[in-house]
Design a protein. Structure first.
Length: 264
């Protein structure tokens, strides 16, 4: 009765094969003068070295394949970790805002909670996918904007221009929300009047361009880059390593970011 499981049996056969190759090699080197006179010895040596070359090539191929697999697994694990950071970062800010609104305007707070629940549903279920439709991502951004419009008691010039010329592309979820959130957090939040956020999204010729511009209070300008922006840059490096351009610029009172993703 055979008690050796298949994996152990394979390892044992591989070990025997390797030891056999080593043994034959030692015999060839030591008894070369003796066997060298025999017919067919040169052909046997040639066949032996051919087997050695094939074995080494197979081993090298397996090592390269293993390294590539480990790198891919590491990248996927890191990407999953980065995705998990997006949701708490955004919802933590929103829940803080809702907490202060409950006593002041309970009806508006209820409306905001419903909006937020829709966004959480998308973030949790669709945010875990590798890709989503661009139209779904746009709806998510529009909900975010509507939520902020309901929250503020001041006039904000918000423009969201969308131009999709070819088709509904598939992209990595929760990409643009970081840039939109920063525009509100560092711009609208600190301005008492004349705050604006202008957004342009264009999809054509297998590429998507997202441009966002907002003004800010230069007296409260914070140069430090938050976790959200670092998160976005790393996700782009992992998923679109050679197919993205992210450019950010700032003047005395205007901040802009331009993200282009190509090869879709």
């Amino acid at each position: 009765m055979n008690f050796i499981i298949p994996d152990k049996k394979k390892k044992l056969l591989k070990l025997i094969f390797r030891l056999t190759l080593v043994f034959i090699g030692v015999v060839i080197v030591i008894f070369n003068d003796v066997f060298g006179r025999l017919d067919g010895f040169l052909e046997f040596v040639a066949f032996y070295f051919l087997v050695i070359c094939i074995a080494i090539s197979h081993w090298v191929f397996k090592q390269i394949k293993s390294i590539i697999r480990l790198k891919n697994e590491k990248a996927k694990t890191e990407l999953m970790h980065l995705k998990s950071q997006v949701n708490p970062h955004f919802f933590f800010n929103m829940l803080n805002n809702l907490y202060g609104l409950v006593d002041k305007d309970s009806k508006k707070a209820q409306e905001l909670i419903l909006k937020l629940s829709d966004m959480m549903r998308y973030s949790i279920y669709d945010g875990e996918k590798d890709t989503v439709l661009l139209s779904e991502e746009i709806t998510y951004l529009q909900n975010y904007i509507e939520l902020h419009k309901m929250r503020y008691h001041k006039v904000i010039d918000i423009q969201f221009n969308i131009e999709i010329k070819d088709n509904d592309y598939e992209i990595m979820p929760l990409l643009f929300i970081i840039l939109l959130e920063n525009a509100f957090k560092h711009g609208v939040e600190n301005l008492r009047a004349h705050a604006y956020v202008h957004i342009n999204l264009v999809a054509q010729k297998n590429e998507v361009t997202f441009n966002i511009e907002n003004n800010f209070d230069k007296m409260q300008d914070n140069e430090e880059s938050g976790i959200g922006l670092k998160n976005l840059k790393r996700r782009l490096e992992l998923v679109y390593p050679k197919n993205h351009i992210l450019i950010m610029s700032k003047t005395d009172s205007v901040y802009s970011a331009n993200l282009k993703i190509t090869g879709l």
